[in-house]
Design a protein around this ligand. Structure first.
Ligand SMILES: Nc1ncnc2c1ncn2[C@@H]1O[C@H](COP(=O)(O)OP(=O)(O)OP(=O)(O)O)[C@@H](O)[C@H]1O
Length: 252
């Protein structure tokens, strides 16, 4: 296994508020990792530190062997650190294909427009949107807008993909489809860090789970170990919920 990302004692404070507190972990190529924790635990801030949106207060981020602690967001994208956002916002007046091609061009995946269009076409096929390539992005319903968002990220040729609440607003069968696609992306060797509030979903997709609470990494490990961790039950799951999730997870 090859390490792709390492955080060493990473902290971030906003004024007096320590949003991320001394977090260290390491992720391998092609791994799917769930990042969970209560509202305000620091999940989005942690992602923003990894992708250069916010500068670190202290610590180090190492990506593919390189110290990227001081990078800007555009540099992160060019290095292959891509992300999706909670709110999906395609360029509404462009076609689905043009949206993905724009991702390829601006994300630094390709040099020419022609190359970008070809790459966009391949990625649309991969996510199952080839049939709607030439329709305006604004005509897509939510599940397909999320697939479009994934195709845009993939066109940037990421090594690492951060997915923030990609399943929010989807029904059970749409979630199954999204999870199948996420597994297919990981099988390409892309490491995936997924922020997800639906515990059943996190448990079924993640090989490993990281738990944040008040900015601190209070647990990490395989899903079953993490949901049985007394600190995690106390801070996040609650004992009744933990017992239910544990029972349900046997059927996932
Ligand atoms: N730009 C900012 N300026 C000031 N404080 C911030 C900023 N971004 C986040 N915070 C604070 O950092 C803490 C962690 O917030 P963050 O959004 O990272 O949590 P989260 O785990 O992603 O929460 P949620 O699940 O609700 O999205 C909170 O106390 C929040 O108010």
């Amino acid at each position: 296994m090859t390490e792709i990302l390492r955080l060493e004692n990473v902290s971030k404070s906003f004024g007096g508020n320590l949003a991320v507190n001394d977090v260290s972990f390491s992720l391998e190529e092609g791994e799917i990792i769930g990042l969970i924790g209560p509202n305000g635990a620091g999940k989005t801030t942690l992602v923003n530190l990894i992708t250069g949106v916010h500068p670190l207060t202290s610590g180090k981020v190492i990506f593919a062997g390189e110290d990227v602690s001081n990078q800007q967001a555009y540099q992160a994208a060019r290095r292959g650190l891509a992300r999706t956002f909670q709110i999906v916002q395609p360029f509404p007046n462009m076609t689905v294909l043009e949206n993905v091609a724009a991702g390829a061009l601006f994300g630094g995946g390709t040099g020419s427009v022609q190359e970008a269009m070809a790459l966009a076409h391949d990625e649309l096929k991969f996510v199952g949107l080839a049939a709607v390539a030439d329709t305006p992005a604004s005509s897509l319903a939510l599940p397909n807008r999320k697939r479009l968002e994934l195709a845009k990220s993939l066109a940037m040729r990421p090594k690492f993909l951060l997915l923030d609440e990609v399943n929010a607003g989807l029904n059970a069968s749409e979630i199954d489809g999204a999870l199948e696609l996420i597994r297919k992306i990981a099988a390409r060797g892309v490491t995936i860090l997924i922020i997800e509030h639906l515990m059943k979903v996190v448990l079924s997709i993640s090989q490993r789970i990281l738990v944040l609470h008040h900015g601190e990494l209070i647990a990490q490990g395989d899903p079953r170990t993490v949901i049985e961790d007394p600190q995690v039950v106390e801070a996040y799951l609650g004992s009744k919920f933990a017992a239910r999730v544990k029972a349900e997870s046997h059927h996932v």
